[in-house]
Design a protein around this ligand. Structure first.
Ligand SMILES: Cc1cc2nc3c(=O)[nH]c(=O)nc-3n(C[C@H](O)[C@H](O)[C@H](O)COP(=O)(O)O)c2cc1C
Length: 263
């Protein structure tokens, strides 16, 4: 972590001072007691963030070809400037809020060309009672695909009636454990590329070379790279990937751009 210790919290609830924000503020308090953290909040509700039009330009050609010019760029600048991300959403019908889903859609190109492989994230959700696992799993898939190391995940129950002391204490303990994990991860200088991440990189790199006419942005991003960022790749990763990759592509043989010609 660099000297600024900046954490950006993105709140996906339409209720600005609702349960999700209250939980995020408690998390901030807990984190501040552990280290020198500076928190900034973004409320998606307050921003001009239009719905994705589905043109696919960001993925195939590049984010600069997105026809919508709104606050997405500003949010991303803040993400780029921060060391850690806290993504917060209430559970809405067993998944994230529409506000957060739209934001994730607007960042879809990051799932092809991740930019945050050196950063840590924490996921936080609040629910009336159900859907914590489903919501956290979805958030983890999205943020993990952007490259983040998801250091901790936290789900709190806020039923629509006043909580008992037991529920309050339980929530507080769950949040504290997650804060501890996030703090340790931000302070850790553990380096190294996991097999899973290296495999993901090689899969995308290989595909991007095969479909360069359809996905020029992916092709430009992956060509001549050994990994997402300059680093040393261990011998185990290299050998294991060389063995596993052909098997994966054999299993995916009907999905490639020339597959219809072989039918
Ligand atoms: C549209 C909507 C859908 C919801 N869906 C669920 C749900 O699927 N499961 C659940 O347990 N609670 C559900 N809730 C309750 C919220 O998840 C819960 O009250 C949450 O803490 C609200 O956070 P907020 O105050 O930050 O908006 C829903 C609430 C709303 C308004």
């Amino acid at each position: 972590m660099n000297s600024e210790n900046k954490i950006l919290t993105i709140v996906g609830s339409p209720r600005k001072k609702g349960n999700s924000y209250q939980a995020a503020k408690k998390l901030e308090e807990m984190m501040r007691s552990k280290g020198d953290y500076e928190f900034e909040y973004i409320f998606l509700k307050d921003l001009n963030l239009e719905e994705c039009k589905g043109c696919f330009n960001c993925i195939s050609k590049g984010i600069e070809y997105c026809p919508i010019k709104d606050d997405r760029e500003m949010i991303q600048k803040k993400i780029n400037e921060s060391d850690g991300l806290v993504l917060v959403s209430p559970v809405y019908v067993m998944t994230v809020s529409g506000l957060l889903k739209n934001f994730i859609d607007r960042m879809a190109y990051l799932c092809h060309r991740p930019e945050y492989h050196n950063k840590k994230a924490m996921l936080l959700t609040t629910t009336g009672g159900m859907g914590i696992n489903e919501t956290l799993k979805y958030m983890e898939l999205a943020v993990g695909a952007w490259g983040y190391d998801v250091a901790s995940e936290c789900g709190l129950v806020n039923a629509p009636w006043p909580p008992t002391e037991t529920v309050k204490n339980k929530n507080s303990n769950i949040l504290e454990k997650s804060a501890q994990k996030f703090d340790s991860s931000l302070k850790s200088d553990k380096q190294g590329v996991s097999f899973k991440n290296y495999m993901g990189f090689k899969i995308f790199q290989t595909i991007s070379g095969n479909v360069k006419d359809y996905m020029p942005a992916d092709y430009e991003f992956y060509k001549d790279k050994e990994y997402y960022y300059p680093t040393k790749i261990g011998i185990f990763n290299k050998i294991a990937t060389r063995i596993v990759l052909p098997v994966i592509f054999f299993m995916m043989r009907d999905l490639g751009p020339g597959a219809h010609k072989r039918e």
